[in-house]
Design a binder for this molecule. Structure first.
Ligand SMILES: C[S@@+](CC[C@H](N)C(=O)[O-])C[C@H]1O[C@@H](n2cnc3c(N)ncnc32)[C@H](O)[C@@H]1O
Length: 258
């Protein structure tokens, strides 16, 4: 069994273990079903906190006026848009032209369509792609991000290798994902909230309880902070750091391509 919960036979899909292809198919179904209400659910489930977590990730990427960001599993484009706003501000501060680009690479056409409906931003583009087979040449990106996406990817090690491959030497990597709270008492309260409230909220807002049951189960099965940091290091990233957010309910992993 690999640290990411994968072995030759299967990978986690919620509480089940399934073939990687089956996970990819079922995850596609989850996000196709919730795409139209995805942004609203994020705000409701986290009481808006996901915005601050994403802003923290963008801080660590330190957007520059001429950067290329690939935001993998970028969904409706929160991180890509935030990155471009920050690189535009950096350009204005220094009196430089703003030529930064951000590509949202997501496997799900419905999520990309929901993102496009939010309107265009200068430098923003969208591409339908699997994290484990990115359609970009080696060493092209200045930054690669993935927010609440890696847990959904069937072949996590392969995806991390892809992130490393497409980054130029010195490029920055940042990953936000649900993780483990450091306090057992708080984790118990959080679990009660997750399992008791989120699937019902999902049913009420999106009409799809099962997708939000998958969400809470998949969070439980995703590796903890240290295990995932070891996977990021094993993919060849340097200076891998972990920052706990919300007491560890969410973790930000960062590293450098060398
Ligand atoms: C929870 S959403 C996160 C969206 C966005 N990053 C955010 O934080 O709002 C997870 C996203 O991962 C995408 N996804 C799942 N598996 C993927 C894969 N193998 N490759 C690329 N994207 C994937 C889904 O389509 C979905 O848009």
């Amino acid at each position: 069994m690999q640290p990411g919960g994968t072995d030759d036979d299967g990978v986690p899909f919620g509480n089940e273990t399934v073939a990687p292809e089956e996970k990819t198919r079922r995850v596609a179904g989850v996000f196709a079903s919730v795409a139209g209400r995805y942004d609203l659910m994020n705000d409701l489930m986290s009481a808006g906190a996901h915005r601050a977590w994403k802003a923290g990730l963008i801080d660590r990427l330190n957007p520059q006026p001429a950067d290329l960001l690939i935001d993998v599993a970028g969904g409706t484009g929160d991180v890509a848009r935030g990155f471009l706003a920050r690189s535009r501000a950096a350009a204005a501060r220094r009196g430089l032209p703003h030529v930064a680009r951000a590509i949202v690479a997501d496997i799900n056409p419905d999520m990309l369509a929901a993102g496009r409906r939010r309107g265009h931003a200068e430098g923003l583009s969208w591409i339908c792609a699997d994290a484990a087979a990115l359609p970009f040449p080696d060493r092209t990106a200045d930054a690669v991000s993935i927010a609440f996406g890696i847990r959904n990817v069937a072949r996590i090690e392969q995806a991390l290798a892809e992130f490393r491959r497409v980054l130029r030497p010195g490029g920055r990597f940042a990953c936000l994902e649900f993780s483990r709270m450091r306090s057992t008492a708080l984790q118990e309260i959080y679990d009660r909230y997750s399992f008791g409230v989120i699937p019902e909220l999902g049913r009420f807002v999106t009409g799809d309880r099962a997708s939000y049951q998958y969400l809470v189960e998949s969070i439980r099965r995703f590796p903890d902070q240290e295990t995932f940091a070891a996977m990021v290091r094993a993919a060849g990233f340097a200076e891998v750091r972990v920052t706990d957010l919300a007491g560890g309910a969410v973790a930000l992993h960062t590293g450098w391509a060398v």
